[in-house]
Design a protein around this ligand. Structure first.
Ligand code: PAP
Length: 337
């Protein structure tokens, strides 16, 4: 049964969020919890596991976020291609604002240009973010599952682009990311095998993986004009075609002139792993104010099939079998290499 989050309370544009803080703290005491990778807790809310800060951010997002019809939501399970899809979406949608050699993507990390609303709502509990600094159409990121999105997103004409990644690479990518964060905080961590066990039981931030992916997959089948469902592996294989498809879906297709002027190629190059990783802003030591990960933590290898370097045959078999079982009959399959 769904736990209640009261999203009907009056929405102050500014104001101390004591009510919500108290409500969230009280709620936390009632929720099942499990140790996370780094010894902190994950809390299970409506079947989904959240880190503490994100749970608060999710509740606050549901309470306060008002979608506009023109908004674009980049939605993902963590470590599935969020940074890349944010960059591509931003580059496509705002391409007429400035020449590519002056693109904000060259000097600003994609997570700053395209904020996660649940992080924005969790950063400062005193003021509700207004997002006034964002260009229209506004582009937001989120890891919130489809079933828990604010009503205004589901009921408005705003569009959602979702990217999933094969669960073996996603697991390894997440493992490296968490290891880096824990190392920076000098926290004790679970071993790869212990973390693997948690993931197979669905216990990871925003997990279970299969619930998240299936939620958006089914919604995209029911509502293909609202939700575009992409796969990291397809995007890697043929970025050009998917950039074109993304622009069409977002209502800003490339003109013949733009195609002739190789605008798609410019966007693919600008947002490529190799280009973004080497930018000064994404080098080690830089991070977005208020964010714990360093900008460089979002760029590791950017490859398909890296799982073969880490998972034992029995681990990969178990994860493949689990996914086959969970995705059976859905029509969704993953490319592993
Ligand atoms: P997030 O959910 O925390 O925002 P996200 O961007 O989804 O993270 O995942 C990071 C992964 O995307 C990393 O994968 P890896 O660990 O297997 O290397 C990262 O390298 C990859 N990535 C980041 N930017 C790009 C890009 N421009 N092209 C391809 N892959 C990318």
């Amino acid at each position: 049964m769904e736990k209640a989050i009261d999203s009907s309370k009056p929405k102050a544009s500014h104001g101390v969020e004591d009510d919500l803080s108290n409500e969230a703290e009280e709620l936390l005491l009632t929720l099942p919890r499990e140790k996370n990778f780094d010894g902190t807790y994950l809390y299970q809310f409506n079947g989904v596991w959240y880190r503490h800060k994100f749970l608060y951010g999710m509740i606050s997002t549901r309470r306060h976020f008002q979608a506009r019809d023109s908004d674009i939501i980049v939605s993902t399970f963590p470590k599935s291609g969020t940074t890349w899809l944010k960059a591509l979406t931003y580059a496509i949608v705002h391409r007429s604002r400035c020449a590519f050699e002056h693109s904000p993507l060259l000097t600003t990390n994609p997570h700053e240009l395209v904020p996660f609303f649940e992080i924005s709502y969790s950063l400062n509990k005193k003021d509700i973010p207004s997002f006034e600094h964002l260009y229209t159409p506004r582009i937001f990121g989120t890891h919130i599952p489809y079933s828990t999105l604010p009503d205004s997103i589901v009921n408005s004409n705003c569009r959602i682009v979702y990217i999933c990644r094969n669960p073996l690479d996603q697991f390894i990518s997440c493992w490296h990311f968490l290891l880096k964060l824990a190392h920076d905080k000098e926290s004790e961590t679970l071993s790869l095998e212990e973390y693997f066990e948690k993931v197979c039981n669905g216990v990871q931030h925003a997990g279970p993986f299969w619930e998240h992916v299936l939620g958006y997959w089914k919604a995209s089948l029911d509502n293909s004009h609202k939700i575009l469902f992409l796969k990291y592996e397809d995007l890697k294989e043929d970025t050009h075609s998917y950039v074109k498809k993304l622009a069409e879906f977002l209502g800003c297709p490339f003109s013949n002139v733009e195609e002739k002027e190789r605008v798609i190629e410019e966007i693919v190059k600008l947002c490529s792993f190799e280009n973004m990783k080497d930018l000064e802003v994404n080098k080690p030591g830089r991070n977005i104010p208020g964010h714990i990960p360093k900008n460089s933590d979002y760029f590791r290898k950017g490859e398909v099939g890296d799982w073969t370097n880490y998972l034992t045959p029995s681990m990969s078999k178990r994860l493949k079998n689990l996914m086959e079982e969970k995705f059976s009959g859905s029509g969704l399959a993953f490319k592993l290499s």
